[in-house]
Design a protein around this ligand. Sequence first.
Ligand SMILES: [Zn+2]
Ligand SMILES: [Zn+2]
Length: 350
Amino acid sequence: MKAAVWYGKNDLRVENVEEPVIQPGKVKVKVAFAGICGSDLHAYHGADVIQQGTPHPVTGVMAPLTMGHEFSGVITEVGEGVDNVSVGDRVAIEPLIYCGECEHCKNNNYNLCDNSGFIGLHDNGGFAEYVTVEPHFVHKLPDNLSLEQGALIEPAAVAFHAVKQSNMKIGNKVAVFGVGPIGLLTIIAAQAAGASEIYAIDVSSERLQKAKEVGATRTINAMEEDAIKTILSQAPGGVDVAYEVAGVEATLANALSVIRKQGEVMVVSIIPEPIKIDMMQLTLKEAYLTSVLGYRHIYPEVISLVAAGKLDIEKVVTKKIKLENIVEDGMELLTHDKSQAKILIDIQKS
Ligand SMILES: [Zn+2]
Ligand SMILES: [Zn+2]
């Protein structure tokens, strides 16, 4: 079968690999759609986010491995002892790997597992025609939910967990700094949670147009206007919560500048390098600076909300491509074209 295998920095190869064989306690999924994520881009460009050198303690897998952690598909085989899903079920995959034995797993905070990982970064993932996974990774999709939407449950879960963990309350004003896929989904989540005003800040006019389509009440292009001034003039005293989804030092500083006293900056992005923070901005406001890692126990809620027609998550998709073109039309395009948001791979299309 065809799969996109990570060998090293800027070395992702679409090649023929052996189709996985069903084993007891596992299910085999024929992958339908898979999204390319920011962390996939980091891995493609050689950042240290993929299992290399030693096998992962839970999966026993290391690179070269098949990437892809945001995906949906149809179950084609069910291993011995699996009774919660059946052949033909359409599913979204929750790709968080955890050990089940550490303190955090035992406390049900499996995203904080001491031995955590991701399918597609620490085990073979969904940029392939088939994948076998343990059944606790799969969530059934209702009939009215498309497989495209199914592939977007994973990034939506990140955004929903962030909004849920933040102090945002119904009627609050919020700002979202950075409107790539997760920023757009954060707007959707904040709107679903009852935000009254949503300011979206970015440097790409195409992305800001998307932000407006998914529910931002005011968009600000930081190349053209002063985001702090605009927000503070329209929301005197500041917004209740600012979500930092750009992952840049200057953006975090701006987020701290636009929150009200006792407000919150929730960092949703991954900021791999140390950055400077002006602590006085926090102290003088008695403000909160918080963060989230992935998600937990939220797939069923996100799936229900999408099925109820309350969330237009498919609006974040800007392009659909074929697996064989993942490097040119996926990784390279996302690197150079900042108007792109979510690119979905139609895995079975050749
Ligand atoms: Zn992701
Ligand atoms: Zn654990």
